[in-house]
Design a protein around this ligand. Sequence first.
Ligand code: NAD
Length: 363
Amino acid sequence: MHYTITLLPGDGIGPEIIAEARKVLEVVTRHSGHSITFQEGLIGGIAIDERGNPLPDETLEMCRRSDAVLLAAVGGPRWSDPRAEVRPEQGLLKIRKELGLFANLRPVRVIPALISSSPLRPEVVEGVDLVIVRELTGGLYFGQPQGREQTPEGRGAVDTLRYNEREIERLMRVAFNLARGRRRKLTSVDKANVLATSRLWREVAHEVASDYPDVAYEDVLVDACAMYLIRRPADFDVIATENMFGDILSDEASMLTGSLGMLPSASLGENRPALFEPIHGSAPDIAGKGIANPLATILSAAMLLRLGLGLDREADIVERAAEAVLAAGHRTADLAAPGQPTVSTRAMGDLVVEACEKEFANA
Ligand code: NAD
């Protein structure tokens, strides 16, 4: 098969880490018999500088014409003036909306070699392997009306929380299908004891659940879920929830591993292309130093292979390779214990490429 992948390096450490992910995708193509054409587009601060627009039309068109999109990160102090009308993050919101990316998947897996990086006790986080499926284009972040208003009591403001059954159903189907390929357990998170949208969420979730009798289903209230994620995180398999609950719970869950530089994500719509990106930002404090951890972007590339292109075997190989490099003791600065030797961004990419070569040779 031949695929076209759009790379969006963005700002800060973006160009450094995406170069390493590209090397890994290239080694996959050399060994798998598939070929990939890469194209690069502008997004974020650099796109503002060069085109006056955080998501130029040409970038969007390039993405639409590709099979999958790999994004690094956008933003930085140069573009963070709160009075600025044009901001890098607008590019991010726009690309999600334009590509109809309604489901955000964030896997959180505690890698045995990094268990000591977690702020929680090893016996609590051991075996954690969960995915949060967050609704990304509805709910409180998009509902209208939204804004300021004058009230008899002075300044007021309003946000609107609205969901319809189509938005809930399509998100739940993504989550159930994902659970089927995993441990077949799904937790739907809501606040049905208080919110009307959550009661609709629960009703529709139950209807969808009846199509998946092979998946163990449970409802959990969001406040309880926040607690269980710390108390017994290894019990979860797939967690499905609406936009704002997912925003908060996925950040909480990502901290179970303690290492921001390790966590990938995928945003899926009904059609191709899907978008894959690390969960961290553009890390301007270390940009240009060659010390950023490229693994979250490399693991995002693995998700791209699996969920974007349907290449499960190749995705497994990249994930196993990254884990083997860590198990062998190699660490970028963000992962290293005090006094432990570190490798550069590029050296980490080379090590993963080498480990992939070995995996392919043994496969
Ligand atoms: P950040 O994730 O960029 O950085 C937080 C801390 O983690 C920093 O100390 C950074 O050096 C470190 N870090 C992050 N990724 C790392 C990596 N791969 N390797 C080693 N260390 C890493 O968050 P921030 O500092 O709050 O934000 C910086 C900029 O990124 C801001 O402009 C913000 O708006 C933007 N941002 C973008 C995205 C995105 O593009 N999806 C997400 C979050 C933040």
